[in-house]
Ligand binder design. Structure first.
Ligand code: CTP
Length: 206
């Protein structure tokens, strides 16, 4: 099967020296890509700016912004593929961005933002298998369940990014798989590699 996986943050530039982003380091997405490739799947990893080595057997496409990520994903998606959205995509970008550094003397201190495209949602009607992640800080399972239905996913991997051992930057994660019918599969604290194995088991089971 062909797997397309997004990982890491996106950066939304204001000018060449300033951007909006988030603390994602890409570890979870890279672990999913490594595991897909290890199982012999054709694996494409669309990565935002991260500081990680490309896993063996993985074709990596580096991108910066959410719109770049969407274009790269659309270019790779084929019928029957599996898409796993692990990236922490920035939901907004500056309405205006500049090619040259803006001097603070001319900046007003106010920034107008516009919504970025939702990559996962834009693939809603494409005949592929979709798996998402839900990064939450409260109402974790209810929010994950809503996203699973709204984005038409096979399942969503919910994680509380404030819980000990979970979230950005660490090598472990405590996740729950949430299905469209509202059922749950809870896992203990595991390495991100083990979480990736469980995700691949679940996809391969179909
Ligand atoms: N996602 C995406 N494109 C976006 C935002 C999110 O593809 N512009 C994907 C993420 O990769 C993840 C899932 O959608 O698989 C859920 O992301 P999350 O940030 O938890 O939720 P949002 O949809 O952004 O919703 P909210 O900001 O309301 O929590």
């Amino acid at each position: 099967m062909k797997f397309i996986i997004t990982a890491g943050p996106t950066r939304e530039h204001i000018d060449p020296v300033r951007f909006l982003s988030n603390p994602s380091t890409g570890k979870m997405g890279f672990a999913v890509a490594a595991e897909a490739a290890r199982r012999g799947h054709e694996t494409v990893l669309v990565a935002g700016p991260v500081n990680l080595r490309t896993p063996s057997g993985v074709r990596r496409i580096d991108v910066v912004s959410a719109r770049d990520m969407l274009a790269a994903v659309k270019n790779e998606v084929i019928d029957g593929a599996v898409f796993v959205g692990v990236a922490a995509v920035a939901d907004f970008r500056p309405k205006v961005s500049f090619d040259k550094k803006q001097k603070k003397s001319v900046m007003t201190g106010e920034l107008k933002l516009v919504r970025n495209p939702d990559i996962l949602k834009s693939l809603k009607s494409v005949p592929i298998t979709r798996v998402g992640f839900a990064a939450e800080t409260n109402d974790v399972l209810a929010e994950a369940s809503r996203k699973c239905r709204e984005k038409n996913l096979k399942f969503i991997v919910a994680n509380d990014v404030l819980a000990k051992g979970s979230g950005f930057g660490v090598s472990t994660n405590r996740v729950t798989f949430v299905y469209p019918d509202g059922s749950l599969k809870k896992f203990p604290l595991m390495s991100k590699r083990r979480v990736a194995e469980r995700i691949l088991d679940e996809i391969d089971r179909a």
